[in-house]
Design a protein around this ligand. Structure first.
Ligand SMILES: [Cu+2]
Length: 210
């Protein structure tokens, strides 16, 4: 029996750069039942190809449910993306488990200090990041693939356009906070992708504990 495949297209507002595009695409691709996702900051609009495995469905449970969920999810992502630059925009502080705070220093010696950190899974962690150098640095969270992708974005876009949920630019002498929740245990990294910095070792290992 062939699986029904539905091509779903929908417009996404508020994407301002290549990282927004990548984030939406990565997110869509992870949604259950989605086989392929394409997002473009120009026309054509975001598209997701949904190949849900056939299961008996009660009448009135249309395929469009997944499309609606996608749109809602993408809208949330865009909201997160564009509000990330606002300081103090952390969410639901009262009901969330108490955030772990880690003080981080970025140096002109191209180091992220401490070079190794441990964080819990599923708990907001606030990184208080200070650039003690005299050149721009950034603090970008993600696994090896995400770091490589961001390195590429930085190279093609010529720099970070705006702060993001997983990364911030920090000017010389500035201290900024980034609150992030690691959803899965394992290894992650914090890296600076100002040209040449990551390659020179400007990164820290993050162990996300069970
Ligand atoms: Cu740097």
């Amino acid at each position: 029996m062939t699986q029904p495949v539905e091509i779903v297209s929908f417009p996404v507002a508020g994407m301002t750069c290549a990282s927004c595009v990548n984030r939406i695409t990565r997110f869509l691709a992870k949604v259950e039942g989605v086989e392929e996702a394409h997002t473009s900051s120009r026309c054509p609009p975001a598209r997701a190809r949904s190949g849900r495995r056939v299961q008996p469905r009660p009448e009135g449970f249309p395929m469009h449910r997944s499309a609606l969920a996608l749109i809602a999810a993408a809208a949330l992502l865009v909201a997160a993306c564009s509000s990330a630059a606002t300081p103090g925009s952390s969410v639901a502080a009262s009901s969330a488990p108490s955030a772990t705070r880690i003080e981080v220093t970025l140096t002109d010696g191209l180091r992220v200090e401490p070079a190794a950190m441990s964080v819990p899974t599923g708990v907001p962690v606030t990184f208080v990041v200070t650039n003690v150098g005299s050149t721009d640095h950034e603090f970008y969270l993600g696994d090896t693939d995400a770091q490589a992708e961001h390195e590429q974005e930085m190279a093609t876009a010529g720099g970070m356009k705006h702060d993001e949920p997983e990364g911030i630019g920090v000017k010389p002498g500035e201290t900024k906070e980034l609150t992030y929740t690691f959803d899965t245990a394992g290894k992650a990294l914090a890296g600076c992708h100002v040209a040449g910095h990551y390659g020179a070792g400007m990164k820290a290992d993050i162990t996300v504990e069970e």
